[in-house]
Design a protein around this ligand. Structure first.
Ligand code: CP
Length: 338
């Protein structure tokens, strides 16, 4: 009997042993950059949104393991795609995901997808329709390159923490996921992912955000609670900067829009504008346990974090970005050989 195709859509779908194996292989790829694990293979990288790190690291990672990457931007250099079922396609879309995914699957061995929310209706966006449609119709494994979660970033972050702390065991570390100001309401993907993976690793996690309206979607809060129950550690929500930072080993920053205002962002603007002081600065980092700071990047300096924090030895954001290359090579190699 043919086994079910394994995708990399969320880390929560993977066992802890499988994630540990990916991280171990990523560490090996850091030492030995080139290999033939993907010799003669290919990957389609489908981008509905811009990227610097993800595109570069996937393209080069595939090349370094002997594969070829094809980048497609539907609506720009590829036909706009329809995702609704049973729709009369008399609008702007030229072909349906049913054909796109199946045709790509005849050409390539893997498909990566980046598809951010539309920021109109969270009830719709939280279904992750684009990613799930690719997974549904694709005959080859699909990799989430950031939709409403960012699982590749999760592994890159964990790898950076393991490197900095010199251990694969992150239990007992105090991890603070702090909301930061940004002039626009951003995607919750990285925040959802940070909460998921930090609890999965058994850390003591505090979600620091301005008000209860900035707490994340119940699916990800639920995953975090489930992870604490299964792996130990703890989960707390705080709106108090000083107590959240106190004794922290890790400060991870991200900005996101408050979900109750999703699609109706005007009333959220004056609220978020009151919380510019959530910026990560030296005074806050001084409250930590000589903690490390990181961010997924891109980051607006002196809005989300100060120059002093970004340029300090405590900042591991560049290591984390480098690790995208290593972890994604591990993900591609693992999925291609299932
Ligand atoms: N962190 C991240 O995914 O970066 P890009 O948006 O540049 O790909």
């Amino acid at each position: 009997m043919k086994h079910a195709l394994k995708h990399f859509l969320n880390t929560q779908d993977w066992s802890r042993a499988e994630l540990d194996a990916l991280l171990a292989q990523a560490a090996a790829f850091k030492h030995d950059k080139f290999g033939d694990e993907l010799k003669g293979r290919s990957i389609a990288l489908v981008f509905f949104n811009p990227s610097m790190r993800t595109r570069t690291s996937f393209e080069l990672g595939a090349f370094q393991l002997g594969a070829h990457a094809v980048v497609l931007q539907p609506g720009k250099d590829a036909w706009p795609i329809e995702f609704e079922l049973g729709t009369v396609m008399d609008g702007d879309t030229e072909e349906h995901i049913a054909e796109v995914a199946q045709v790509l699957g005849r050409y390539v061995d893997l498909i990566g997808v980046r598809a951010f929310p539309k920021f109109v209706d969270w009830a719709v966006d939280r279904q992750d329709r684009v990613l799930n449609a690719f997974a549904r119709y694709s005959p080859v494994p699909v990799i989430n390159m950031e939709t409403i979660t960012h699982p590749c970033q999760e592994l890159a972050h964990v790898m950076a923490l393991q490197q900095r702390f010199g251990t694969t065991d992150l239990r007992g570390k105090k991890f603070v996921l702090t909301w930061t100001y940004h002039p626009k309401p951003l995607n919750t993907a990285v925040a959802n992912s940070a909460l998921t993976i930090a609890t999965r690793m058994g850390m003591d996690v505090t979600l620091l955000c301005p008000t209860p309206e900035y707490v994340l979607d119940e699916r990800y809060m639920g995953w975090a609670e489930q992870n604490v129950a299964e792996n130990g550690g703890s989960l707390a929500v705080s709106h108090d900067i000083a107590s959240a930072y106190a004794g922290a080993d890790v400060v991870y920053a991200k900005s996101w829009g408050a979900l109750p205002y999703f699609g109706n962002w005007e009333p959220e603007k004056p609220i978020r504008d009151q919380y510019k002081h959530f910026i990560v600065d030296e005074a806050k980092m001084a409250l930590t346990n000589h903690g490390v700071f990181s961010h997924c990047l891109p980051l607006r300096r002196n809005v989300k974090a100060t120059d002093a924090v970004m340029d300090s030895p405590q900042c591991i954001a560049i290591n984390e970005a480098e690790n995208r290359l290593h972890v994604q090579k591990a993900i591609m190699a693992t999925l291609a050989h299932q």
